[in-house]
Design a protein around this ligand. Structure first.
Ligand SMILES: C[S@@+](CC[C@H](N)C(=O)[O-])C[C@H]1O[C@@H](n2cnc3c(N)ncnc32)[C@H](O)[C@@H]1O
Length: 294
């Protein structure tokens, strides 16, 4: 982003220039520009937007320029700011956790449909990362006076630290316990059967060409062998023993996989009734499997 004497320095103009600067690396350039300028000015995005005619001081323009440059190099806005909104909640993030994606809110929505009016729920969040899925779900169910208990699992100690911090900050820490380990491998730490398992495991095929943002995120949260389906396969195999009959596994498997899924899922037909959720257009932008234990 550059400026000169004749440029205007109102919020609206600076936002516009910031968005143009990052448009080559960001699919949400305008939003990124808004979030970064709001943080520099110490106001909410809403307050920023209703004051689009306000002049910005040269100091704040310079601070904004530095942040916009970082974004232009590919660093995700969430890492620059140290936070990301998910399900209307504010999650702390750092480079040891995946930045929560809006698409993954579908898992929370489907989990809430599955729970319906039940007065209790015992569930597992496999690969908690920032904790976004389980914390969002627990927060919703607590509002409905559901007696909800969760075990959150991650192979990354640093990710568990972030998830625990978020659970505490968002007031649900007494409902969630955490296990350091690989999926269900630490059997002694679990108390099956569970009603529900949610999982957003690494699923990016190593052969895929990926956007620059991903190089800032932990590789252990992103990439998986077997065309990106290895971790999903292990989770499905292990979930058979952990779910009650009628229990659900909601498993995100990412983009461009639909052609592979029928043969991938064939060995599990006896154990699960499966449906596909997400983007069912030919774009195959992302898929969540809804697998009900027979
Ligand atoms: C794609 S991220 C999802 C994070 C979070 N659930 C979300 O939706 O933003 C996958 C997470 O799984 C964790 N993970 C990777 N392999 C694992 C394994 N074998 N066992 C447990 N967790 C694992 C990673 O550390 C990472 O936090």
């Amino acid at each position: 982003m550059s400026s000169n004497e004749t440029d205007k320095h109102t919020v609206g103009d600076i936002l516009h220039r910031g968005a143009i600067t990052v448009s080559s690396v960001s699919s949400s350039a305008r939003l990124d520009s808004e979030l970064l300028l709001a943080s520099v000015m110490g106001v909410s995005r809403t307050v920023l937007l209703v004051n689009s005619d306000r002049e910005i001081s040269p100091e704040n323009i310079e601070k904004f320029r530095v942040l916009i440059e970082r974004r232009k190099q590919g660093e995700p806005a969430a890492y620059i700011l140290g936070c990301r909104e998910f399900w209307g909640l504010d999650f702390q993030v750092n480079r040891s956790v995946l930045v929560p994606r809006p698409d993954s809110e579908l898992i929370v929505e489907e989990a809430l449909k599955f729970v319906g009016d039940s007065t209790s729920l015992k569930f597992v969040d496999l690969g908690v990362g920032s904790g976004c899925l389980s914390i969002a779900l627990v927060s919703e169910l607590v509002k409905k006076s559901c007696d909800v208990r969760c075990v959150g699992v991650d192979i990354s100690d640093a990710a568990l630290t972030v998830a625990q911090m978020n659970a505490k900050k968002l007031g649900v820490s007494e409902r969630i316990s955490y296990v350091l380990g690989s999926w269900f491998d630490r059997r002694d730490q679990f108390n099956p059967p569970y009603d529900l398992i949610v999982a957003n495991p690494p699923y990016v095929d190593r052969a895929e060409k990926v956007p620059v943002d991903l190089s800032y995120e932990p590789a252990g949260a992103l990439f998986a062998e077997e065309h990106g389906l290895r971790e999903a396969r292990i989770i499905i195999e292990q979930s058979v023993q952990m779910l009650r009959p009628g229990g659900a596994l909601l498993l995100e498997v990412g983009a461009g996989k639909r052609a592979r899924l029928p043969s991938f899922l064939a060995p599990f037909e006896q154990s699960f009734e499966t449906s596909y959720l997400g983007d069912d257009t030919p774009l195959d932008r992302f898929t969540v499997l809804r697998m009900i234990r027979r």
